[in-house]
Design a protein around this ligand. Structure first.
Ligand SMILES: C[S@@+](CC[C@H](N)C(=O)[O-])C[C@H]1O[C@@H](n2cnc3c(N)ncnc32)[C@H](O)[C@@H]1O
Length: 206
């Protein structure tokens, strides 16, 4: 999907996003991945980077822990909605250009429900690596490869395709969970996710 289309889709969805994805879409990845991150971090205070934060669902558990969260999203309407929550900072930008946050600043980065739209995963993962502290945690949902012949406007992967990309970007896999992702709001397709918990093991440059 082109950036313009993604922006339009999420701008139209913003008002009813939380209700629609939770009820009709049966989407729970935002909670699963943030809880896994918190469990792995074992920190009292932490700085989190929520990439493609949307309305902020993916940061609710971090707010409960009083963590300091910076959110980034492409869609201005989503950012406006996210401003109602306790984000430390919100940035409206495309994730596929250099991220406008400091290097080696964050204890963890999360990206849930977004890889469906990312054209160059390696470049984004390297950029995330730069923004994490040494041994920083990276939690991510990857749409599982669709069955042959099925069409959807989303990027989707085999494990064997995406895992070498994590490695190349300087990450080690701590664990990988397989779970139901969401039901497409228009149509009947169910999307499944791989939920990866990763650790930065070496620094990489572009
Ligand atoms: C399904 S929502 C996920 C929101 C949130 N992470 C959650 O789990 O509820 C996808 C979000 O990714 C954002 N997005 C998609 N492509 C993006 C890009 N290239 N750069 C930044 N944000 C993007 C959309 O604007 C939208 O808010």
């Amino acid at each position: 999907m082109e950036l313009k289309e993604i922006k339009k889709m999420y701008s139209d969805l913003t008002k009813n996003y939380d209700k629609r994805v939770k009820n009709r879409g049966k989407y729970t990845a935002y909670k699963k991945m943030s809880l896994l991150t918190i469990k792995e971090l074992k920190l009292k205070n932490a700085k989190i980077l929520d990439l493609g934060c949307g309305t902020g669902l993916s940061s609710l558990e971090f707010f409960n822990k009083k963590y300091e969260v910076t959110g980034i999203d492409l869609t201005p309407e989503m950012i406006k909605e996210a401003k109602k929550l306790s984000f430390k900072k919100l940035i409206c930008q495309d994730l596929e250009i250099p991220l406008k946050v400091k290097d080696e600043e964050f204890d963890a980065a999360v990206i849930t429900g977004v890889m469906e739209f990312i054209k160059n995963p390696l470049s984004l993962f390297k950029e995330i690596n730069k923004k994490l502290k040494h041994e920083g945690i990276f939690a991510i949902t990857i749409p599982k490869k669709f069955p042959k012949g099925s069409k959807a406007p989303y990027k989707n992967y085999y494990k064997k395709e995406i895992e070498p990309v994590f490695k190349k970007a300087g990450f080690k896999i701590i664990e990988c969970k397989h779970f139901f992702g969401f039901k497409q709001l228009e149509g009947t397709r169910s999307i499944y996710y791989y939920g990866y918990l990763l650790k930065k093991v070496k620094s990489t440059s572009k």
